[in-house]
Ligand binder design. Structure first.
Ligand code: FES
Ligand code: FE2
Length: 377
């Protein structure tokens, strides 16, 4: 159970909040390479309470700017992208990817006013089909080279879904392997409501989690990547087994975007097939709307089960009312590491898993192997 103050400390993500300041030390996915074309439509996005716009200018440079024009606040989502930057639809101010104001068509000839305007501009980088943003203090850390961004011996799918709840509910789910036997009972019928043995080992990136139902399944490993991501393998009933990463991205205090990547390695027979990247983009999830089925369990379709569990905790779950048991040790460890990281930032240090050494950032693999999928079958 948390006090009201602790719950506030861990859940609030806006500018100036302790958790928000800590979370600004990381790169976060905010969009897809395929959606942001040269001189294409600008794409609106939101990260840690800040409204942003993504675009790619006519020279191929990726821009990530504050959404609202520095003149009088019109949304740059309705702007036009040109060779040199993005022009606001209201009075035509033109900004480059660094937030410099290049044109103010209605100002007097020779005016230097534009030189004194600096629009909020942030760093954006692409990897694996995603666009990542960094909105924290300089210098930015390295964007992690996770193995699934780089592997090309199979098919990679990338997409995103909106979660109508606070980021911590989604993050806590990353270390909650216990729920597999209940929430996902329809997907893992042989494990349904069987008592699991779960282990959490703290690692430099977060934690390695093992889960096993003795006598029925071999250990399945998954990884929690600080602060809110997972790297795991999935083998649900009737679905192709995959390797996956899920990034739980705090948009604001009550909205989270899950950016996901699924990788399907080619088998022996498909070895000669070329690598395939499919951008499935944003799913059309609506608040409180879930697909219902008759499965003899909770009556919720597989793809909505986690949303149901975590969104129905409330927009920001009130943890003064919870009752944690022995099987919730992972949740306690996660909160401890978040508090340690908030403290580190307060003292001018880097929080957990901020990468600055390129030797640490050659391909970052996890010992998540396809054997784990065998463990579930
Ligand atoms: S509000 Fe954008 S140019 Fe005036
Ligand atoms: Fe789940």
């Amino acid at each position: 159970m948390l006090s009201k103050e602790e719950n506030e400390l861990l859940t609030r993500v806006g500018p100036g909040t302790p958790a928000g300041e800590m979370l600004r030390r990381y790169w976060w996915p905010v969009g897809f390479t395929e959606h942001v074309k040269e001189k294409g439509r600008p794409v609106r996005t939101k990260l840690l309470g800040e409204d942003l716009v993504l675009f790619r200018d006519g020279n191929g440079r990726l821009g990530l700017l504050g959404l609202h024009c520095s003149h009088r606040g019109t949304s740059l989502e309705f702007g036009r992208v040109e060779d040199r930057g993005i022009g606001c639809c209201y009075h035509g101010w033109l900004y480059d990817v660094r937030g410099r104001c290049l044109e103010q068509p209605a100002e007097p000839e020779g005016s230097t006013f534009k030189d004194r305007v600096q629009h909020p501009a942030y760093q954006a980088q692409e990897i694996g089909g995603f666009i990542f943003a960094y909105i924290g203090p300089e210098p930015a850390p390295l964007l992690p080279n996770y193995d699934l961004f780089l592997r090309e011996d199979g098919e990679r799918e990338v997409g995103a879904g909106h979660d109508y709840c606070n980021w911590l509910q989604r993050a806590e789910n990353s270390v909650d392997q216990t729920h597999l036997i209940a929430l996902h009972a329809s997907e893992y019928p042989h494990l349904a409501l069987k008592r699991p043995v779960i282990g959490w080992e703290r690692r430099d990136y977060g934690a390695k989690i093992s889960m096993q139902v003795p006598g029925i399944s071999k250990p399945k490993f998954s990884h929690w990547i600080f602060p809110s991501h997972t790297r795991h393998t999935t083998a649900r009933k009737g679905r192709k087994p995959d390797h996956a990463i899920r990034f739980r991205v705090p948009m604001d205090d009550t909205n989270t975007m899950t950016f996901w990547l699924r990788f399907y390695p080619y088998g022996e027979e498909d070895r000669s097939k070329p690598f395939l990247l499919k951008t499935l983009g944003f799913e059309n999830d609506q608040a409180g709307v879930y697909e219902r089925v008759d499965d003899g369990w909770w009556g919720v379709a597989s793809h909505d089960q986690d949303r149901v569990a975590q969104e129905s905790q409330g927009p920001i779950y009130d943890r003064t009312k919870e009752h944690l048991g022995a099987s919730d040790q992972g949740v306690i460890m996660l909160r401890t590491m978040i508090k340690e990281s908030i403290d580190a930032v307060r003292h001018g240090k880097d929080p957990v898993w901020v990468l600055r050494d390129s030797a640490q950032n050659e391909t970052i693999g996890f010992d998540a192997s396809m054997q784990e999928i065998g463990a579930l079958e």
